[in-house]
Design a protein around this ligand. Structure first.
Ligand code: PBG
Length: 331
C-alpha cells in the first residue's frame, strides 16, 4: 500500500531533493559491485583476445587471457563470473559441452587454481556446442526435450567436477532443473547451487551474444522452448516449477524490457532473484554512445539501478567492470 502524502503547500516533495546529502539519505536503491556477475566467453588457443564487433569492450578470450581477466575482476571486487564456451569443434549432439577436457572445464580448472576467491558460475546449454546452434538435440523439425535434458545433466556434472561453484541452466527445456539437481546430488554435489534461467524469453536482444558465442541457430528459432515476450503469468509458472525442482536462484532474462516480470517474480516468491542485462541491451547503449547521443555512464548506471529497483538481487551484466569503476570513485 502506497501511503498518501499530504497536500501542497504543506507537503513539498522537493524538500528532500534540494541537496545531495539528503538526496543520498533518502535514496531507496543502492547499487553495489557485490551485485554483479560478469559474463566471459572462452575460446580455444593461447594469447587470444578478440573483440566482439557488436559488443565493444567484450572479448572472446583463450584460457590464459581468461585467467588474467579473472584476476582483474576479482581485484575490482566483483564477486562472480559466468563462463560461456566456444569449442574447437561443434557436432550434432554438442559433445564439447560435457567433455571433461572441454573449453569451459579447462577455464574452470585454471581460474580455480589462480583466483580461488572468485565465484565461478557456468552457463549450462548446448547451443554453443551444437553444429546447428540449437540448445538441444534436433530430430526432424523438433528440438527434443528429454534426451537433451540428459545431456545437460552431463554438462552440469562435468562443470562441477572441473570446479564450478554454481551451474546455470539456460536452455528452458522442461524438467532440467530437477534432473540436474538429482544428478548433482547423486554425485556428491548436494551443496552446489543451481541458478536457473527460469523466465527466459525468446528475445531479439540476444543478437550480439550469438556473435560472441557463435551460437546463431542455422535454421528455425528458439520459440519452441524460450518464452513469448507477451507473457508474464506464464513466467510465474516457469519460476514456480524451477523452485519446486530445486532452483536456488531464479533468473529473469532479458532485464530491461522485463522489469515488470522481475518485480512480479520477486514479489511472489521472495527468492534470490537474478536478472540478465543481456547483450542487446549493452550494444544498444554502446551504439548510442558512439553516435554521441547519450551520456553512456549515466545511462548505464540508470539501467543497472532500475534493474535492482525492480527487485533483482544480482545482475549479470557486461557493464560490471565499468560500473564498478564508477561505484568505486563515488565512495
Ligand atoms: C544460451 C544463452 C544465451 C544467452 C545466455 N545464454 C543465448 C540464447 O538463448 O540464444 C544470451 C545472453 C545475452 O544476450 O547476453 N546459452
Amino acid at each position: 500500500m502506497v501511503e498518501r502524502s499530504g497536500q501542497y503547500p504543506i507537503s513539498r516533495l522537493r524538500r528532500t531533493r534540494m541537496q545531495e546529502t539528503l538526496r543520498s539519505m533518502v535514496r531507496e536503491t543502492e547499487l553495489s559491485k557485490r551485485d554483479f556477475i560478469y559474463p566471459l566467453f572462452v575460446v580455444p588457443g593461447t594469447g587470444v583476445k578478440k573483440e566482439v564487433s557488436s559488443m565493444p569492450g567484450v572479448y572472446q578470450m583463450s584460457v590464459d587471457q581468461i585467467v588474467q581477466e579473472c584476476r582483474e575482476v576479482h581485484e575490482l571486487g566483483i564477486p562472480a563470473v559466468i563462463f560461456f564456451g566456444i569449442p574447437e569443434h561443434k557436432d550434432e549432439v554438442g559433445s564439447g559441452a560435457y567433455d571433461d577436457n572441454g573449453i569451459v572445464q579447462q577455464a574452470l580448472r585454471a581460474v580455480k587454481k589462480d583466483v580461488p576467491g572468485l565465484m565461478l558460475i557456468t552457463d549450462v546449454c548446448l547451443c554453443e556446442y551444437t553444429s546447428h546452434g540449437h540448445c538441444g538435440i534436433v530430430r526432424g523439425n523438433e528440438i527434443v526435450n528429454d534426451d537433451s535434458v540428459e545431456l545437460l545433466t552431463k554438462e552440469a556434472l562435468s562443470h562441477a567436477h572441473a570446479g564450478a561453484d554454481m551451474v546455470a541452466p539456460s536452455d528452458m527445456f522442461d524438467g532440467r532443473v530437477g534432473a540436474i539437481r538429482r544428478v548433482l546430488d547423486a554425485n556428491g554435489y548436494s551443496t552446489l547451487p543451481i541458478m536457473s534461467y527460469a523466465a527466459k524469453y525468446a528475445s531479439g536482444f540476444y543478437g550480439p551474444f550469438r556473435e560472441a558465442a557463435e551460437s546463431t541457430p542455422k535454421f528455425g528459432d528458439r520459440r519452441s522452448h524460450q518464452m513469448d515476450p507477451a507473457n508474464s503469468d506464464e513466467a510465474l509458472r516457469e519460476v514456480a516449477q524451477d523452485i519446486e525442482e530445486g532452483a536456488d536462484i531464479v533468473m529473469v532474462k532479458p532485464a530491461l524490457s522485463y522489469l515488470d516480470v522481475i518485480y512480479r517474480v520477486k514479489e511472489r516468491f521472495g527468492m534470490p532473484t537474478a536478472a540478465y542485462n543481456v547483450s542487446g541491451e549493452y550494444s544498444l547503449l554502446k551504439a548510442a554512445v558512439r553516435m554521441g547521443w547519450v551520456d553512456g555512464d549515466r545511462v548505464m548506471m540508470e539501467m543497472l539501478t532500475s534493474i535492482k529497483r525492480a527487485g533483482a538481487d544480482m545482475i549479470l551484466t557486461y557493464f560490471a567492470k565499468e560500473a564498478t569503476r564508477i561505484l568505486d570513485t563515488q565512495r
